[in-house]
Design a protein around this ligand. Structure first.
Ligand code: NAD
Length: 263
């Protein structure tokens, strides 16, 4: 039983934050879940937790920026579960800093994880998904893929790319009549460890004085609803796009942001 019962899901960056929340909710709703991440211990702990609660999950070590790694992960998914119905391209990093002093190496690193990772995942996931008779690809973008944010230009560039890449692949799959839907999800301010690294480098009033960001303060100012979101808020949207309830939905941008983009 469950809203995605019988389906197999692969979630990248599933050792932490939003990816962990997605893996746990998809498993609770009946999917068998492949969790991948560069963080091995945390990833294994997420999978152990799912299995302890009666779910079904396996962990695979993966750096999403490596093409051979993607070939291996898809081959192993085929071996372990025999199919792929849901792919959540979630792994991401955020490198902040004003562009005049932003290093080219950081620009490339930002693109490698957030953009190359989504391209490679989609490219290599499509084959097994088509063999499985269709599926749903969900790419995690951001409100930073909808509008600009001071101090996050490189990050915004990758998230805007993910947004339109998703729409283009959605059209390609629709034209191929392969039963695969592709959508992007755009979180606002969600309480995860990704903010640990952003705090000291963002421009703007939220970190005046260079102190570590308090997400409650940031969300109170930046979010019409006035509070920060949790990984479960994003997972709920991902579950909808993963399930057959969204069978008529492709190429959309699902914004889950407490109203940030609308203001
Ligand atoms: P997080 O840091 O908690 O989780 C990201 C995970 O990705 C980590 O487990 C990390 O180890 C993994 N990862 C990083 N580089 C990787 C690589 N090369 N290969 C494989 N795994 C890798 O952060 P999060 O907030 O849960 O972020 C998840 C996604 O949500 C990201 O794409 C992020 O940009 C996006 N997002 C987050 C927020 C937010 O406020 N937290 C807002 C908008 C979008």
């Amino acid at each position: 039983a469950g809203r995605v019962a019988g389906k197999v899901a692969l979630v990248t960056g599933g050792a932490s934050g939003i990816g962990q929340g997605c893996a746990e909710l998809l498993a609770a709703e009946g999917a068998r879940v492949v969790v991948t991440d560069v963080q091995v211990e945390r990833g294994k702990a997420v999978v152990d937790g799912i299995n302890a609660r009666g779910g079904e999950a396996v962990f695979m070590t993966q750096d999403v920026t490596r093409e051979e790694g993607w070939e291996q992960v898809i081959a192993d998914t085929r071996k372990v579960y025999g199919r792929l119905d849901i792919l959540v391209n979630n792994a991401g990093i955020a490198i902040g800093g004003p562009i005049h002093s932003f290093s080219f190496a950081d620009w490339k690193k930002q693109q490698a994880v957030n953009e190359d990772g989504v391209f490679l995942g989609t490219k290599h996931g499509l084959g097994l998904m088509r063999e499985s008779g269709g599926g749903s690809i969900i790419n995690i973008s951001s409100v930073a893929g909808m509008k600009g944010s001071a101090g996050l230009a490189a990050y915004c560039a990758t998230k805007g790319a993910v947004r339109l890449f998703s729409k283009a692949v959605a059209m390609e799959c629709a034209a191929a009549k392969d039963g695969i839907r592709v959508n992007s999800v755009h979180p606002g301010i969600i309480d995860t460890p990704i903010w640990d690294g952003i705090g000291s480098t963002l421009d703007g009033p939220s970190n005046a004085g260079g102190r570590t960001l308090d997400l409650n303060d940031v969300a109170a100012v930046a979010t019409p609803l006035g509070f920060k979101g949790e990984p479960a808020d994003i997972a709920a949207g991902v579950l909808y796009l993963a399930s057959d309830e969204s069978r008529y939905v492709t190429g959309i941008e699902l914004i889950i942001d407490g109203g940030m983009v609308t203001r």
